[in-house]
Ligand binder design. Structure first.
Ligand SMILES: [Zn+2]
Length: 65
């Protein structure tokens, strides 16, 4: 399969074509809401909102007795 890919903006959910020469860590801009998106995986393409920290480490450690 060719490297084709649609990106869905995680912010506004607009679907748009990803750049053909995309690569990991590239930053692109949503054409709809202009949110900066970082490519986390080139193929199949995945993005996240640039600068967003994956910070789900706040375990409720009170339960760890
Ligand atoms: Zn957007």
């Amino acid at each position: 399969m060719a490297m084709s890919g649609k990106i869905r903006c995680p912010w506004c959910e607009k679907i748009f074509d990803s750049p053909a020469n995309r690569k990991d860590k590239d930053t692109i801009e949503c054409p709809s809401c202009f949110t900066k998106l970082e490519i986390t995986q080139a193929s199949p393409v995945q993005v996240k909102i640039a600068g967003e920290v994956d910070d789900y480490m706040h375990e409720e450690y009170d339960d760890w007795k």
